[in-house]
Ligand binder design. Structure first.
Ligand code: AHG
Ligand code: MN
Ligand code: MN
Length: 334
C-alpha cells in the first residue's frame, strides 16, 4: 500500500518527468485552478452563513457585496487564471462572449473553458455542487486568442477536470495519462492524491441517473430505454436502481466511482437537451473515456462532435461502456 503523501504539485512534477511532452505551462494552469477551487470551496462551505448575512441587505460584515455563488465562482476562476501567462483566452458558462486576457498580462498557448459553479439549483439546499474545466491548445496566432481556440472538438482537449464540493472536496483531472483524484485536506490547504489512476468499474453498478420529471417530453425510444432499465430482467440488461442529485459533477463523480449510466436526453422542448457541450459534456467525456468508460450523445461519441458555437448544448449518455452501449442500441432500435 503506497502510504506516501503526494500533493497535487508533486504529482504534477512526477507526471512531467514521466511525460517529457508535458510542458510546465499546463502544470501551472492546474495549480492555479486548484487555488481557485480552494477559494470557491471556502465560500461554498460558509454559503449558508453568507446567505444569512447577505439577507440583512446587500452587504456582509466585511462590507463586501454579497454575490450569488456562481457569479462569485466565475470571478474567482477568472482572477486566478488571468495573469499566469499561459492562457490566450477564456470562456465561462456565465458570460456570452469569450473573455480576453487583460492587457497588462502576457498570454500563452492554452484556452480555458469553465463552468464556474455547476448545480446552481442545489446551492441553497446544501447539496453537492462543482466546478468544471476544459483546456485546449490554441489554434490561432497573435497575442489574443479567438473563438476558434475555444470552439474545438472534445478529442482535441489537452486536459479536463472538475472540483466537487461534496462531503469532502475532490479535484479530479486527466491530461490523457490516467485520471487522478485529489482530496482537499483543509487543515493544511493541500489537495492530496487520494485516487490514483481511477478506472470506471466494468461491469458498473446497475444504476441509472436521469430526471424522470421530463419523461413526458422524451421520445418514445427514450421512455422505452428507461422502462427497460427499470423493469427488464437483469440478464436482459434491466434491474437498475435510480440515483439523481441534479448536479452533473455529483452525478458524474458517483458514476465514475461506482459505474452506472448518467443521462441528460434531448426532449421535445429542447432537442439538444440542457447540458453544454464544451464545458460540461466534453470534459466529463474525456475523463470518462480515459477511465475506461464511454460518453455519447445517444448515437455519436461526445469527443467526436464538431462544435459550432460556444454555448451549444448536447444530449449526454455517459458512464460504464456496457451501459452506454445498451442505451445507444435501444435508442437506435426505434
Ligand atoms: P448549472 O448549475 O451549471 O447550470 O448546471 C446545472 C445542470 C447540471 O448540473 C445538472 O445535471 C442539470 O443542470 C440538472 O438539470 P435538471 O434540473 O433539468 O435535471
Ligand atoms: Mn453546469
Ligand atoms: Mn454553472
Amino acid at each position: 500500500m503506497d502510504r506516501s503523501v503526494v500533493t497535487l504539485d508533486r504529482h504534477i512534477v512526477e507526471q512531467e518527468r514521466r511525460h517529457p511532452g508535458a510542458t510546465g505551462a499546463f502544470s501551472s494552469i492546474l495549480q492555479d485552478l486548484a487555488l481557485a477551487g480552494k477559494l470557491i470551496n471556502r465560500q461554498v462551505r460558509k454559503a449558508g452563513l453568507v446567505d444569512i448575512l447577505g439577507q440583512t441587505g446587500r452587504q456582509n460584515v466585511h462590507g463586501e457585496e454579497v454575490q450569488k455563488l456562481d457569479e462569485f465562482a466565475h470571478d474567482v476562476v477568472f482572477r486566478a487564471m488571468d495573469h499566469g501567462g499561459h492562457l490566450c483566452v477564456m470562456a465561462s458558462e456565465e458570460q456570452e462572449d469569450p473573455l480576453p486576457i487583460p492587457e497588462e498580462f502576457p498570454t500563452g498557448d492554452y484556452a480555458l473553458l469553465f463552468d464556474p459553479l455547476d448545480g446552481s439549483s442545489n446551492i441553497d439546499v446544501n447539496i453537492s455542487i462543482g466546478t468544471i474545466f476544459s483546456i485546449h491548445e490554441r489554434v490561432s496566432q497573435g497575442r489574443d486568442g479567438t473563438r476558434d481556440d475555444l470552439v474545438q472538438p472534445g478529442h482535441r482537449q489537452e486536459a479536463a477536470g472538475y472540483i466537487l464540493y461534496g462531503s469532502s472536496t475532490i479535484l479530479v483531472y486527466t491530461t490523457g495519462n490516467g485520471v487522478h483524484g485529489f482530496t482537499l485536506d483543509p487543515s493544511i490547504g493541500e489537495f492530496l492524491l487520494s485516487h490514483r489512476d481511477i478506472r470506471i468499474p466494468d461491469p458498473g453498478d446497475r444504476v441509472y441517473s436521469v430526471n424522470e420529471g421530463h419523461a413526458d417530453k422524451w421520445s418514445e425510444d427514450q421512455r422505452g430505454l428507461v422502462e427497460h432499465l427499470k423493469t427488464g430482467r437483469e440478464r436482459d440488461g434491466g434491474g437498475f436502481s435510480a440515483r439523481y442529485v441534479g448536479s452533473l459533477v455529483a452525478d458524474f463523480h458517483r458514476t465514475l466511482m461506482n459505474g452506472g449510466l448518467f443521462m441528460y436526453p434531448g426532449n421535445r422542448a429542447n432537442p439538444e437537451g440542457k447540458l453544454r457541450l464544451l464545458y460540461e459534456a466534453a470534459p466529463m467525456a474525456m475523463i470518462c473515456e480515459e477511465a475506461g468508460g464511454r460518453a455519447s450523445d445517444g448515437e455519436r461519441d461526445i469527443l467526436s462532435l464538431n462544435p459550432q458555437n460556444l454555448h451549444q448544448r448536447t444530449p449526454l449518455y455517459i458512464g460504464s461502456s456496457d451501459h452506454v452501449e445498451l442505451a445507444e442500441e435501444r435508442l437506435a432500435a426505434g
